[in-house]
Unconditional design. Structure first.
Length: 192
């Protein structure tokens, strides 16, 4: 059972553990990824591309900062995740926090967000809030994961970058943008 948990958490580390975004750079890429199966309408006239990228960047930076802190403290205080996430992003982050708590794990280091590419936004003026979709490349080379005995569980051969498709929206009571989904992206052009 401990080996299964370690393997799952190592997968979480490579594909999900996030921490403070240190320098969102490369807000445009010459290699555009192909649209995902989530085909949304073109950018809404209520949110410009620059505004959408700024909102996504700020929202995602807050998201990874809180997750980093929760996982660095072994999954404790996971209720703080509700201030930065909703939907599947929240349930996935809460699940990882519970896994860290039950296993006695904690992480250190910072995830770097190396690239942020706007996919699109949806929502018509006056009808609903836009859902902003983007691709992001995360670099976890600075992240380490420790078991309950303080032993590192990270393999030196691990993959250190991973692309994700993320969605943020302000479909909550106070109007703040929150990350509402985060899925592994297999397409090209994000982690360049």
């Amino acid at each position: 059972m401990a080996k299964q948990t370690s393997a799952r958490v190592l997968g979480v580390l490579v594909l999900f553990v996030v921490s403070a975004a240190t320098g969102i750079s490369g807000c445009a890429s010459t290699a555009e990824p192909a649209p995902s199966e989530n085909t949304a309408a073109p950018t809404s006239p209520t949110v410009s591309d620059d505004e959408a990228l700024a909102l996504i960047g700020e929202t995602y930076a807050a998201f990874v900062t809180v997750i980093d802190d929760v996982l660095a403290h072994g999954g404790r205080d996971s209720q703080r995740l509700q201030s930065v996430a909703t939907g599947s992003a929240l349930s996935d982050a809460e699940s990882d926090a519970r896994e860290f708590m039950s296993s006695g794990f904690h992480s250190t280091g910072k995830t770097k967000v190396n690239n942020l590419i706007l996919q699109n936004s949806t929502g018509a003026t006056g009808t609903s809030s836009p859902e902003l979709l983007a691709y992001v490349c995360e670099d976890v080379s600075d992240i380490d994961l420790f078991d309950e005995n303080g032993e590192s569980l990270v393999s030196p051969e691990r993959k250190t970058t991973q692309a994700f498709e993320i969605a943020v929206s302000d479909d909550n009571a106070d109007g703040r943008y929150l990350v509402n989904s985060r899925r592994t992206w297999q397409g090209d052009g994000v982690c360049i």
